[in-house]
Design a protein around this ligand. Structure first.
Ligand code: 6LW
Length: 508
């Protein structure tokens, strides 16, 4: 099960690199139990949903599962739009159990899950039909009553056994006057106060984190005079859109915030292609208000011993029966379409749709986590057609597709779809390759964020480039939405078999 398990970049010279969880891992929610930290993120239209990470040092994270990995827990109907599905989970530990609340904006609304082990299994959903809105938080008062606080910012008590609401929802704060989208609330009892942390300004370049405090969990709340306590709006900082945070204490009792941010590349206006990623920043306290320290791509390491970073294997050989936790599929993953048993040692994908344009295409991908990277697969398309794709959503993707005797490079950008190149291939399996190269130096203000080069390897392993495409069209600034790039294999017709999938970062 190792294959794709994500782990963050290694510590060097007493420094750590941010993001701590690179790639499309937004809306982080974190919880500490003894020496262990757990963190979850939004997963939108992908199955399985809500990746769960573990760490002991807040810096190096390993994916230990996906909380919603059974169809009974996660319904993403075919009409689920890209960037629909699961939004903004909150993870908490209370009364000996882990609690996860999340909004499925495409089917079930707000749902609650419990587990004794965050790696799973997680329970079936407890539905919350009376809880309306996104970004639900969970907090328990001194009497053990559970309060759910939502974007807006409103609050309602819930019965965690039945999912029923107790009393009427009540507005508790609206954030900074004039700021849009007060959302992502989290409530904490710290010292003599209840703190209400929110995001505001929208999840784009104006994003930020603000805070208020009160003597009781349901307010009244007074705003921090220094709000926003975190924002990079209007700056040239390489990490932008910073917001949607959650607070936690380090092993030594110091305070930290995890939050989302993006790394735009290229000329103006800047394009981010990896989605919203999870970052870490130190927090200190002044006059009982949190002060967020500098956020940087390379930061001083925290004072406690750091774990050895997990070795991330380049290759997934598809030799085990189960797929690694990091693999994603759009909307569902029926066993009959995804098999590691049909041809042992190979992944066999049976087509549902006819192309990557299909919302339910048979596609197995991993998040792109590095600004520059190389992916190679060995594909046998004797019984169908399919290949290797870079996907932002079903309307924004580039792929190299094999059919018997030839490969084609296809680009889909919005409503436009075009075959960019066609190339003959010898009989038998073919190595397909995609290289993503970040723009290292901007010499033209219109320059895109990166170049996506697609091609095949010849019999000697030499890369035959068939197309080099501007990566801006697979960016959030062009496609819209909340996700990031996913790179993976797919079937467009019949059954296509893949012997291995190699993925590695390339030094920028
Ligand atoms: C999420 C909201 C947000 O629900 O974006 O960044 C939405 N913040 O809080 C989707 O991730």
């Amino acid at each position: 099960m190792e294959g794709l398990d994500v782990s963050s970049a290694p510590a060097r010279d007493n420094t750590i690199t941010n993001p701590v969880i690179p790639g499309f891992h937004p809306d982080p929610s974190i919880c500490r139990v003894g020496e262990d930290y757990y963190l979850v993120c939004s997963s939108f239209e992908y199955f399985p949903g809500v990746p769960v990470f573990h760490s002991r040092d807040l810096v190096h994270w390993t994916q230990i599962g996906n909380a919603l990995d059974r169809p009974s827990q996660l319904r993403l109907p075919p009409e689920t739009s890209a960037s629909g599905g699961l939004y903004a989970p909150t993870l908490r530990h209370h009364d000996g159990r882990f609690w996860l609340i999340v909004t499925n904006v495409s089917s079930d609304g707000n749902v609650l899950f419990t587990a004794t082990d965050p790696a799973g299994p997680w329970s079936d959903p407890i539905r919350l039909p009376g809880v309306h809105g996104i970004d639900p938080d969970l907090a328990w008062d001194e009497d053990g009553t559970c309060w759910c606080t939502l974007a807006g910012v409103s609050q309602v008590r819930i019965d965690t056994h039945t999912g029923e609401t107790i009393g009427e929802p009540r507005r508790v704060w609206s954030g900074t006057p004039g700021a849009k989208a007060p959302e992502a609330p989290h409530l904490y009892r710290i010292g003599d106060y209840w703190y209400l942390l929110i995001a505001e300004g929208g999840t784009e370049r104006c994003h930020g984190v603000s805070i208020a405090r009160g003597r009781t969990l349901d307010g009244p709340f007074e705003a921090c005079p220094d709000n926003p306590i975190l924002t990079h709006r209007g700056t040239e900082h390489p990490i932008q859109n910073t917001g949607h945070g959650d607070l936690v204490q380090g092993p030594d009792g110091s305070w930290w915030m995890v939050f989302l941010g993006v790394r735009p590349q290229g000329g103006t206006p800047g394009w981010h292609v990896l989605g919203r990623e999870t970052f870490l920043a130190p927090v200190t306290w002044v006059d009982d208000w949190p002060v967020v320290g500098d956020v940087a791509p390379v930061m001083a390491a925290p004072p406690w011993p750091l774990q050895e970073p997990a070795v991330v294997p380049v290759r997934d050989d598809f030799d085990g029966g189960e797929l690694a936790h990091g693999w994603l599929s759009p909307r569902s993953r029926p066993a009959e379409n995804y098999s590691t048993g049909e041809r042992p040692g190979w992944l066999s994908l049976r087509a549902r749709g006819t192309s990557m344009d299909d919302p339910e295409v048979t596609f197995l991908g991993r998040r792109q986590q590095h600004l520059s990277c190389r992916t190679r697969v060995l594909a046998d398309a004797a019984d169908g057609s399919g290949g290797l794709a870079v996907r932002l959503d079903e309307q924004h993707h580039y792929e190299i597709e094999a059919t018997p005797g030839q490969v084609q490079v296809i680009a889909r950008i919005g409503t436009l779809r075009t075959v960019v190149a066609t190339h003959p291939t010898a009989a038998g399996p073919v190595v397909l390759r995609v290289e993503v190269s970040a723009t290292s130096k901007v010499t033209d203000p219109r320059q895109g964020p990166d170049t996506v080069t697609l091609g095949v390897e010849d019999g000697q392993g030499v890369f035959v480039e068939l197309a080099a495409l501007d990566g801006r069209y697979l960016s959030t600034e062009v496609a819209g939405g909340f996700t990031g790039r996913v790179i993976g294999v797919y079937a467009a017709a019949g059954t296509v078999h893949f012997d291995w999938f190699d993925h590695e970062p390339v030094e920028d």
